[in-house]
Design a protein around this ligand. Structure first.
Ligand code: GDP
Length: 201
């Protein structure tokens, strides 16, 4: 798989707008502003592919990024953004839920939380939901460059405890600024869910 051959494909708000075909999909979830667009750009080594929002919560649909016609990265709308109406929140919730509940091609979920903050009630709800559904997943603690090295393990332990992550769930400190964690994330994706896909190339 050649990750340099990645492109934005479409934005969907309803299932009939999702891409056709049966390529596996890796979904990214997290609160708005947690760094989803940035990690997608960093993992694909493409600066401007996913839009890094100046205005948090602006992404209104589910964005699909096609990687070498082999795999999709799927950027789900960020939740927990305070400055939107109740109606808008409900419609985002439904969009996320419908995708995660019904999408057969969904292969793994990457959930992001900000390493500096305790996961919120929204984060816990999201995480419970992912794990109860038995979806393959990992958790990324983003913006690791914003704290000192010495603080990282303590923050990770707290996140693990609050979300209730089992010992075998990967929790990775990550920074889109320094790219720390990028190789490990790709390795985990290859190991756990993409073996078939990646070894074809
Ligand atoms: P999204 O709303 O989850 O897609 O978040 P974005 O990727 O748009 O990032 C939100 C803001 O956080 C932007 O100003 C980014 O530059 C910043 N940001 C994202 N990831 C990191 C990171 O790892 N380190 C630092 N220092 N800033 C980050």
């Amino acid at each position: 798989m050649d990750i340099s051959k990645s492109r934005y494909e479409l934005t969907a708000v309803k299932p009939d707008q999702y891409p056709d075909g049966d390529l596996p999909e890796i979904a990214f979830v997290g609160r708005s502003n947690v760094g989803k667009s940035s990690i997608i750009n960093a993992l694909l080594n493409r600066k401007g592919l996913a839009r890094v929002s100046a205005e948090p919560g602006k992404t209104r649909g589910i964005n699909f990024y096609n990687i070498d016609d082999t795999l999709y990265f799927v950027d789900l709308p960020g939740y927990g953004f305070a400055k939107v109406s109740k109606e808008e929140k409900a419609s985002w919730g439904e969009m996320i839920e419908t995708y995660l509940n019904t999408r057969k091609q969904l292969t793994a979920v990457i959930m992001l939380v900000d390493i500096r903050h305790a996961p919120t009630a929204d984060d816990r709800m999201m995480y419970d939901w992912i794990s109860e559904r038995g979806l393959s997943h990992m958790v990324i603690a983003s913006k690791a460059d914003k704290i000192s090295r010495g603080q990282i393990q303590g923050r990770l332990s707290e996140i693990r405890k609050i979300l209730g992550l089992k010992a075998d769930v990967n929790l990775i400190a990550y920074s889109s600024e320094t790219r720390e964690g990028t190789d490990r994330i790709w390795n985990e994706l290859e190991k756990t869910v993409l073996e078939g896909v990646i070894s074809e190339s």
